[in-house]
Ligand binder design. Sequence first.
Ligand code: URA
Length: 190
Amino acid sequence: MSLNELRSECLNCKNCKLCETRTNVVFGTGNPDSKILFIGEGPGENEDLQGLPFVGRGGMLLDKMLSVVDLSREKNIYIANMVKCRPPKNRDPEESEVAACRPWLEKQIEIIDPKIIVCLGRVSAIRFIDPNFKVTKEHGQFIEKDGRLVMGTFHPAAILRNPNQKPAAMDDFFALQAKIEELCPETYAK
Ligand code: URA
């Protein structure tokens, strides 16, 4: 199955109650041949309206930080979320919603087959890396999982709330850049 076929199926998803309040399903965006997958939490208001991940203020910051290490959604990465539909009033997604949505993410991972996964923030890190993951303590560390390297870092919205975290987050992006050069240098091929 291609990513586009999966997207078409996902756009009709009614596996949880978030389908009742969404404007658009936010499936994901980027280069499907990329070896680098970023996983956020879930769509906010702007994402719900546009059907695209990370298009608000947090997304602008994310794009800026990515560009410092020569990464972009237009070129060499893919971006998705734990849940594909906006939780009302931007509340945290419920456990049952994350569970209902997980098969879509698992299929995305299977099709994209990334070498490196970056969890943006606690909501994805606790489900992908370790239920006790502490972003402030464990960010930037690469852990091997199912033959892929997974790293957790600060969520862009958290950096906007607490700009003191930006240098540490940027260090994680530099560590990512070094890992890409080691494992999948084709990411940077011109
Ligand atoms: N926050 C996320 O985690 N994902 C988005 O797509 C937007 C904001």
